[in-house]
Design a protein around this ligand. Structure first.
Ligand SMILES: NC(=O)c1ccc[n+]([C@@H]2O[C@H](COP(=O)([O-])OP(=O)(O)OC[C@H]3O[C@@H](n4cnc5c(N)ncnc54)[C@H](O)[C@@H]3O)[C@@H](O)[C@H]2O)c1
Length: 293
């Protein structure tokens, strides 16, 4: 591939991506102004997402105020979820599973498109049913970014003919599993492990219940493949980073992918790739060139 547009020729970087897709006048609203919300807001500030962030809401008003200060032309700081829904056309959820449960059905019923980061909430059949039904009734769209996981594209394609099995192996350093009640109950002291140890093996649904802070990746794998993932969580005393290895099999063959995540440079609490995946999804939605699936 040697044309002007070949990777490495430099023309790819120079190419101006025209922004169409979601209407230019779309009012973007941000629900949740913590680690993830701040990373997304920064992409609006820098122009990486070539649109305007119209309003923000957080139960911690100070978090919303702090975030709004980054903007030359600050977004409206809403005082309630109702005000956010009223003043947005597209809501970016970066808050919590509870926020998905409590607010996403109402936002969708009001015909607001939503991007959901707390994907783990959708592993609950009742919540998923309410959220998906609200979208069906109103025709508003739900976007679920792949987050900190690679291989979602292959699972989505494979799901067209059916995925037979999905296995997710997540490896974490002890710090990433500190304080998990289930491990304490089982007498597992992650700080004292001498070698890599499987601390959980079971379904993604069970993992969601027992490891509520570590489940977005298994939820994305399950929803993309249409099959509840088998999850293995390994605690490795020598690991410095979180890794996720996915393996999906079916009539199409096998998809395997490994992701090693670094923390976000701006906020070590969040995986860099997860924040970048929201930004990439918003760029895809607002841009005219849509690569992947
Ligand atoms: N899909 C992925 O790969 C992925 C990756 C990272 C984080 N997440 C999810 O994104 C969400 C945000 O993560 P974070 O690291 O930014 O967390 P965070 O704790 O730093 O920030 C969350 C913010 O949302 C606010 N909030 C929580 N519930 C709310 C509600 N009901 N209404 C209004 N505001 C509310 C909090 O006050 C806080 O400021 C979490 O649910 C997390 O699990 C998903």
């Amino acid at each position: 591939m040697k044309g002007d547009n070949a990777p490495g020729s430099g023309s790819l970087e120079k190419e101006k991506i025209q922004t169409v897709g979601v209407q230019t006048m779309t009012r973007f609203g941000l629900l949740g102004c913590g680690a993830m919300g701040s990373a997304v807001a920064q992409a609006f500030v820098s122009g990486e997402i070539p649109r305007t962030l119209s309003c923000v809401y957080d139960v911690r008003a100070e978090a919303a105020e702090e975030l709004a200060q980054r903007f030359k032309d600050p977004p409206r700081i809403c005082e309630s979820i109702g005000e956010l829904i009223e003043n947005s056309d597209f809501i970016i959820e970066a808050a919590s599973q509870e926020a998905v449960r409590e607010h996403m059905p109402a936002a969708l019923k009001a015909e607001r498109d939503v991007l959901i980061m707390s994907v783990g909430a959708l592993l609950d059949d009742d919540v998923r049913d309410k959220v998906y039904s609200a979208s069906k009734e109103s025709s508003a769209s739900i976007y679920l970014p792949s987050g900190a996981l690679a291989g979602v594209d292959g699972m989505l394609s494979g799901a067209v003919v059916g995925v037979d099995a999905v296995t997710l192996t997540t490896t974490k350093p002890p710090g990433g599993l500190r304080g998990v009640a289930y491990l304490k109950q089982r007498g597992v002291d992650v700080e004292r492990l001498a070698e890599p140890t499987v601390v959980f093996e079971g379904s993604a649904v069970e993992a969601a219940r027992l490891f509520p802070k570590n489940i977005n990746v298994s939820a994305v794998a399950s929803l993309a493949s249409g099959r509840t993932a088998n999850v293995r969580i390994v605690c490795d005393p020598d690991a410095e980073r979180n890794t996720h290895e996915i393996c999906a099999t079916g009539p199409f063959g096998e998809v395997t992918a490994k992701t090693t995540n670094l923390p976000s440079p701006d906020n070590p609490k969040t995986s860099y790739l997860a924040a970048l995946s929201v930004i990439a999804t918003l760029k895809k939605i607002t841009g005219n060139i849509k690569i992947g699936n």
